[in-house]
Design a protein around this ligand. Structure first.
Ligand code: G6Q
Length: 544
């Protein structure tokens, strides 16, 4: 067990950071770069194929020293060790947190409740590979003997966002004669549109749900079952050929009518938003093949090893996590923008929203106290260069400080004339403009009328990280995700919160169940709510 820590704002390094912030607040990036001609090369780090330039952050060596001291005083080393050795660090659910075991090599051993979890991880991976091979080769036949052409993943939250993001990110590596669709929303339109051009005899559903009780997923899965059976002549036996399950709950899977032989297992120590590299990634494996999937796991693992073994001052996830704490708590930054300059990463910001905000959107510490500082910032973003023509204005000239992560690659998977150089020029230009801006003198020198000058001045001093990698491979994707997973863990550790539970999503779920009964008429007119909710429910019932 980890020892009880002093409250965050009472830790010596925190107090030192507060004092230090007062001195650094007026320092500009321009000045910091002028003072240290080597800064741009010095404040960089590299691991698992990812290069991080963090020089355009509002930090000095003293800041970085204090931040790493804060990590030490917050017990980060002990927490990392506790996570990797299977301690039950998810205290509110009394669970180990072992997504790192999902990518551990066969030779490793991680024991939870007396059981080494690495062999079952590899057994499931092998089973997934066998299944993926059969679907990809056409060996897995549907009920009418036709080969499968369409794969539809049904899941939500952690059982959807990772699979969709990975499918889009790795599309270049997918088997193009297979169609992939993802259904998550309980809005019937999501399902209807996903299957409207598909034939049931060529369509395989992957029902991905850790609990196999999630309202949206089970509603969609039942509609899929009806649609499938309607298209296959109603023979119940068809389910075995057109449905597989990914779950921890064999009992519910069997109840739904899926043969548990067609179930791919995972475990309660895998959190939903940390599960895309478990069996939840089955759609990814079918799409890209088992070798590519294993390469992705290698990328995750390489970053895991880096996180676990590298001194904090050279440790990418630790540095990124600490910088986020620095801006969130000392500069009152409310958000972080994720800006991938890679079209294939278009769903990456959405994926990170869940990873970061569901993990660190908490206000109670591990000791049950109210936090005394701000915690998880809002993550958002869009791929470049599209964002430049919409919201970047606010980042450049608005009143809020918005730290940005730019993500770019040396090479493109789709070389096309000058496109890639133009794309990357924009990464470097944006980061440069945010940091150094444009002074009134420079604007005037361009012949700008005096009254227009203030509008055209860029203050600069807006911080960013630039992440670069060779090209987007399954392995690099794995490393990139693990980088953010561990940055989130670093933040959660500093804030002393449980980054692995999600009680905040519970209340709405419970209330929705009650209201469903009222809408469907079985509970009569709504009356037990506040007057607004009652009025809305009754109005809906009258007009639906
Ligand atoms: C993630 C959350 C949540 C979860 C979904 C789906 O960390 O726990 O997003 O993944 O609610 O849950 P099931 O996989 O159990 O359907």
């Amino acid at each position: 067990m980890t020892t009880k820590l002093a409250p965050l704002s009472e830790r010596p390094s925190w107090k030192a950071l507060q004092a230090h912030h007062d001195t650094i607040q007026a320092t500009t990036l321009k000045q910091l770069f002028a003072d240290d001609p080597a800064r741009g090369e010095r404040l960089t780090a590299e691991a698992a194929g990812i290069f991080l330039d963090y020089s355009k952050n509002r930090v000095t060596d003293e800041t970085l020293g204090l931040l790493t001291k804060l990590a030490e005083e917050s017990g980060l080393a002990e927490r990392i060790n506790a996570m990797f050795t299977g301690e039950k660090i998810n205290i509110t659910e009394n669970r180990a947190v072992l997504h790192v075991a999902l990518r551990a090599p066969k030779s490793e051993s991680i024991v939870v409740d007396g059981e080494d979890v690495v062999p079952p991880v590899h057994a499931v991976l092998d089973k997934m590979a066998g299944f993926a091979d059969r679907v990809r080769s056409g060996d897995w036949k549907g009920h009418t003997g036709k080969r499968i052409r369409n794969v539809v993943n049904i899941g939500i939250g952690g059982s959807d966002l990772g699979p969709v993001m990975a499918y889009e990110a790795l599309k270049h590596y997918t088997q193009r004669d297979l169609t992939f669709r993802f259904v998550s929303n309980v809005d019937g339109t999501d399902f209807a549109e996903a299957v409207q051009d598909l034939n049931a005899d060529e369509t395989l559903f992957l029902v991905a749900s850790k609990t196999f009780t999630t309202l949206e997923t089970m509603t969609n899965a039942h509609s899929a079952r009806d649609w499938s059976l309607a298209g296959l002549g109603g023979d119940e036996k068809a389910v075995a050929k057109h449905f597989v399950a990914i779950s921890t709950n064999a009992k519910e899977v069997a109840k739904f009518g899926i043969d548990t032989a067609n179930m791919f297992e995972f475990w309660d120590w895998v959190g939903g938003r940390y599960s895309m590299d478990s069996a939840i990634g089955l759609s990814t494996m079918v799409a890209i093949g088992s070798d590519n999937f294993r390469a992705m796991l290698d990328g995750f693992h390489e970053m895991d090893v880096h996180f676990r073994t590298t001194p904090f001052e050279k440790n990418l996830p630790v540095l990124m996590g600490l910088l986020t704490v620095w801006y969130t708590d000392f500069f009152d930054a409310q958000t972080v923008a994720i800006l991938p300059y890679e079209q294939y990463l278009k769903r990456f910001p959405a994926y990170l929203q869940q990873l970061t905000m569901e993990s660190n959107g908490k206000h109670i510490t591990l000791d049950g106290e109210h936090v005394t500082t701000q915690t998880g910032p809002i993550y958002w973003g869009e791929p470049g260069t599209n964002g430049q023509h919409s919201f970047y204005q606010l980042i450049h000239q608005g009143t809020r400080l918005i730290p940005c992560d730019f993500i770019g690659f040396y090479k493109t998977l789709n070389p096309l004339g000058r496109h890639h150089d133009i794309l990357m020029a924009n990464v470097f230009a944006q980061a440069e403009a945010l940091a150094f801006g444009k002074t009134a003198e420079q604007v005037k020198a361009e012949g700008t009328a005096d009254w227009l000058v203030p509008h055209r001045v860029f203050e600069g001093n807006r911080p960013s990280n630039v992440l670069l990698a060779d090209h987007l491979t399954p392995k690099v994707l794995g490393s990139l995700i693990a980088l953010y997973e561990h940055a989130v863990f670093t933040q959660g550790t500093i804030w002393s919160i449980d980054s692995f539970d999600q009680w905040g999503v519970e209340l709405g779920k419970v209330l929705a169940q009650k209201i469903i009964g009222e809408l469907e008429g079985t509970d009569g007119a709504a009356s037990t709510h506040d007057t607004s909710t009652t009025n809305l429910i009754n109005r809906y019932k009258k007009n639906k």
